[in-house]
Structure formats: structure tokens, C-alpha cells
Design a protein around this ligand. Structure first.
Ligand code: PLP
Length: 417
């Protein structure tokens, strides 16, 4: 049982000043909840058999594995055998993109022949690197990729998907919700367009997994990626939903686990944890989303009112209930993160440090955010273990940090030490 707002965060007193410890990086990862850990523990110590073994130990592990498969299927509204367990979101994305492209090349698509073209996939410019880099890899093998632009809120225009479709389009892969700016895509519409063109539709639902509906019939998804650690399950375990009879080739070869679709002994404790965490999240979906949305809005309103010259990134309404992303003029994101960390706040920025210079993320670039503004990007992602007091503390600290950084920048400009 989770009591919202009282978990990983707390108050400590170093250097005499009261300081809270506030984790605001739930898009990066989340804690494993006690009941999830409890469900996992027997599979490390008692039911440790290999689920492919025929003996009692193997059967006990197999029961855990198949129980988790049924749990995931119940949330996705699919058949258990359409659920394939993987090592995480990255593997699921690689499997979907490469597996479908190579199936096209092998002539496994009904109504499409490899002679009609080299094989084509459609993605958006703001996909996670697991999709972007998989697509780049396919290009090295002669596949062609259309990367769709997004509007200033990060939305894909379904008409652009329609215009991109070709005879040899095997796959359209558009994420359900973005990991940096939280924008939610018009998935159902895009799926229908992909299907009309004879292509499969994949969605990376890694960020949406714990807070948005995942019914694959409603979404129109033929393939859908999830990752356990984004919804209070363990790391290193994920799901690829594969609609029955979809043309897709395995990307990992070896044993015949997961009905010959993904070789390797299953991570049974992790899979049991993922199943328990997903069911728990979806039983509480409405109430937790409402709670988290309240914290998010308090943070957005507080930042907008208290800190001048800030811009909210992403869509005002069509966004994940836990995502806050601002570009703050006149501050450097990475420096701000360090300052926040010193005061007990765990946050993230949409910029990556490469060889000494801070490069704005591909997501902010795709939104058309000017480079200088993008340098001041800050992502705060709230969770069920945050409280209102955490948010108010974060606002106080953030206001102070921004003032200090701006004062420092001004004094450097005017030559004052
Ligand atoms: N896709 C999205 C949208 C993500 O946010 C992430 C992780 O942050 C991934 C894929 C990769 O997931 P994993 O960390 O399980 O490999």
C-alpha cells in the first residue's frame, strides 16, 4: 500500500540549516515500491529455478513468469502470448524497429514485396535515442528513414505521417509521450494512418507506462515498448507487446525462450516485479495521476509566478501528469543542476555536456528553441512519493538559485568580481 507523499524524500540537517531531500527526477527512474520488492524476493531465494526447467524449481519460476505475463496482458488488453519480456525500454525499441524492418526485407509482409523499395520507416525527430540510433543503424543497411518534424509544443502532425507513407513503408514508430517535455502524441490517429498504408505501428510507451491508458486496441498499436523502472518496478526489465501474426524477426539469437522471439533465460524476479508494479500503477491510475498533476501544476504556477523570464516547454494540457520543463533565460542548466543538488534537489536538464560545451537536446532543437535559451533547460518530474512541502521547498530553492546565477552572470558582464 502506498501512501502518497511520504516515501523517498525527507528532511535532514547538515551545516545547521534545515535541508530537505527532494527527488524530482521520476522520468529518469523511480524507486521500487515495498510491495513490488516483496513480490520479487521469493524469486531470488526460493523460486530461483530456470523457468525452462521441467523440475519443481523450474515450474515454480515458470508460474511466476506466466503470472506476470498475464498481469501485463490484463493492463494492455491483449493475449498473454503477445507479451515478450526484454531487458528494458532500449531493447524493446531496438527489437521493434530493427525486427520489423528486417522482416520486410525478408519478404514477410503480406501485400508488400521487397522489390517495391529498400524498406522505409517513419519516426519523429523527438524520439528517444533508442529509436533514433536504431533507425540510423538501419540506414547503414540501405533502409530509408523519414524523420518527421514536430510543432513548437512537440506534437507530430498526423497529416505529415500520411504524406510520408510509401509502398515500402514497413513501420511507423511514434512515442506515446516524450521523456523530456512530456508532450502526448495523437497515437490513435497516427496508428490508423500507418495501417491504411499497410505498415505496422509501434509506440514507445516507456514514459507513459505508469500514468496513461495502455489498451493496445484503443491505441491501435501493433507493437508497444515498456520499461519496469519508470513505474516503480525494477531496472533492466521491459516489455515489447507484439500483436499476433505481426511480421517481426528476433534480434537476439540463442535459446527458444519467449516463444522463440527473444533468447536468454528470463529475468524472473525482475519480470515478477514489473508485472506487480504495472498492475499496481494501473489500479491507482486515476487517483495517482490526479495527485501528481496537482503537484506538477503547483510547480508550474510557482515557477511562472516567482521567476521572471521563463518559458514552459511542451504542451500546456497534452502533457504527462508528472512533467515540468522550463527554459530559464540567463542561466546555464548544468550549473543550475549542481546548485540544486547541493541543496538536496534531484533534477535534470535537457542539455548534454559534450567536450566542454553544453549541447541543447535534440528535443529542444526540434521545437525550434534558440540555442541560448535551450542552455537554461530544467526538467522536474514529480512522483507519488513527493509531497506539497517538497514542491514548496523546491520552489524556494529554485528561486534562490536562479537569482544567484543571474546575479553572478550580471556581475561578470559588468566586470564586478
Ligand atoms: N524510451 C524512452 C521514452 C525513455 O524515456 C527511455 C528511458 O529513459 C527509454 C526508451 C529507455 O528505457 P530503458 O532505460 O529501460 O532502456
Amino acid at each position: 500500500m502506498v501512501i502518497m507523499g511520504i516515501h523517498s524524500n525527507g528532511t535532514s540537517s547538515s551545516n545547521g540549516l534545515p535541508q530537505r531531500s527532494v527527488y524530482l527526477d521520476h522520468a529518469a527512474t523511480t524507486s521500487v515500491l515495498p510491495e513490488v520488492l516483496e513480490a520479487m524476493l521469493p524469486y531470488f531465494t526460493e523460486k530461483y529455478g530456470n523457468p525452462s526447467s521441467v523440475h519443481a524449481w523450474g515450474r515454480a519460476a515458470h508460474q511466476g513468469l506466466e503470472g506476470a505475463r498475464r498481469q501485463v496482458a490484463s493492463v494492455l488488453g491483449c493475449r498473454p502470448r503477445e507479451v515478450v519480456f526484454t531487458s528494458g525500454g532500449t531493447e524493446s525499441d531496438n527489437f521493434a524497429v530493427k525486427g520489423v524492418a528486417w522482416a520486410y526485407r525478408r519478404g514477410l509482409f503480406e501485400g508488400k514485396q521487397p522489390s517495391e523499395g529498400p524498406g522505409h520507416i517513419v519516426i519523429s525527430a523527438i524520439e528517444h535515442h533508442a529509436i533514433l540510433h536504431s533507425a540510423e543503424e538501419l540506414e547503414k543497411h540501405g533502409f530509408e528513414v523519414t524523420t518527421l518534424p514536430v510543432d513548437k509544443y512537440g506534437r507530430v502532425n498526423p497529416d505529415d505521417v500520411g504524406r510520408a507513407m510509401r509502398r515500402d513503408t514497413a513501420l511507423v514508430s511514434i512515442m506515446y509521450a516524450n521523456n523530456e517535455i512530456g508532450t502526448i502524441q495523437p497515437i490513435e490517429e497516427i496508428a490508423a494512418i500507418a495501417h491504411a498504408g499497410g505498415a505496422l505501428f509501434h509506440t514507445d510507451a516507456v514514459q507513459a507506462g505508469g500514468s496513461l491508458g495502455l489498451n493496445v486496441e484503443r491505441l491501435g498499436a501493433d507493437l508497444l515498448s515498456l520499461s519496469g523502472h519508470k513505474f516503480h518496478g525494477p531496472k533492466g526489465v521491459g516489455v515489447l507487446y507484439i500483436r499476433s501474426n505481426s511480421p517481426i524477426l528476433p534480434q537476439q539469437h540463442g535459446g527458444s525462450q519467449e516463444s522463440r522471439r527473444r533468447a536468454s533465460t528470463e529475468n524472473v524476479p525482475g519480470i515478477v516485479g514489473l508485472g506487480a508494479a504495472l498492475v499496481r500503477a494501473h489500479q491507482q491510475l486515476q487517483s495517482e495521476a490526479e495527485y501528481v498533476r496537482g503537484l506538477r501544476d503547483r510547480l508550474i504556477e510557482g515557477i511562472t509566478e516567482r521567476i521572471p523570464a521563463v518559458q514552459l516547454m511542451g504542451h500546456a494540457e497534452l502533457r504527462l501528469p508528472n512533467n515540468v520543463n522550463f527554459c530559464i533565460e540567463g542561466v546555464e542548466g548544468e550549473t543550475m543542476l549542481l546548485k540544486l543538488d547541493m541543496r538536496g534537489i534531484g533534477a535534470s536538464s535537457g542539455a548534454a555536456c559534450a567536450s566542454g560545451s553544453t549541447e541543447p537536446s535534440h528535443v529542444l532543437r526540434a521545437l525550434g528553441v534558440p540555442r541560448e535559451l535551450a542552455q537554461g533547460s530544467l526538467r522536474l518530474t514529480v512522483g507519488i512519493d513527493n509531497s506539497i512541502e517538497d514542491i514548496d521547498y523546491a520552489l524556494d530553492v529554485l528561486e534562490g538559485c536562479v537569482s544567484e546565477l543571474r546575479a553572478g552572470a550580471n556581475s561578470m558582464v559588468s566586470g564586478v568580481a
